[in-house]
Design a protein around this ligand. Sequence first.
Ligand code: KIV
Length: 264
Amino acid sequence: MKITVPILLEKKRNNEKIAMLTAYDYSMSLLLDKNGVDILLVGDSVGPIFSGYENTLPVTVDEILYHTKAVVRARKNALVVSDMPFMSYQISKEEAIKNCGLMLKAGAEAVKLEGGIEIAETVKALCQSGIPVMGHIGLTPQFVNILGGYKVQGKTDDAKKKLIESAKALEKAGVFSIVLECVPEEVSKEITESISVPTIGIGAGRFCDGQVLVINDIIGLFEGHRPKFVKKYLDLGQLIERAVKDYVSDVKSGRFPTENHIYK
Ligand code: KIV
């Protein structure tokens, strides 16, 4: 079934969990789409994962646009969400509409923006322009220089109150779902119960309406730091290493190519 924004809202009403993964390229997106992933997020994590950037801040609109187009070509059923890069929606509502509009023109069906109450007006303007918005609060990696690192958020009463206020402000502004990143489980539970749009957790516990993880983390294809909340389903890195070593050894020893691999 083709996943749409109204279907995701219905999933929350029916208590059906939502499965989201990041996706950056065509081949992987084909596999994710055909195996039941509801939402493909063209995350700005593409910066560290695909391009080797230190964090997500250098990622540009053109880069997200390029990866969005690749993912869209593979998409049949999933909803494609483009993650808006740092400084692509903060400067003015006009710039936000222009940059987010480019993603929809490329075939994405929604955009994701990091930030709470402070971006509510921008979210409202985007929704009024026909651009569905996914919010993202808690640990917002684009704020790494303010947060001083990638730390669990919402641990004090005051921080928890601010997160709940932000979730409600984003809902009022028109978001169709909110990513909750690295927040204590009881905080994400309270947010999930107090808003009518689905929450998608990453390091936010069991009570969110859905979950998201970075694809490379779950298949073991990223050598960097793996946070506690990641479940690794496969060690693809190790399998690739073995295959590459075998190939190199076959080439060097003359075992490849064989008769089966040549044209006569
Ligand atoms: O860019 C990203 O991968 C994200 C996540 C929510 C996983 O924003």
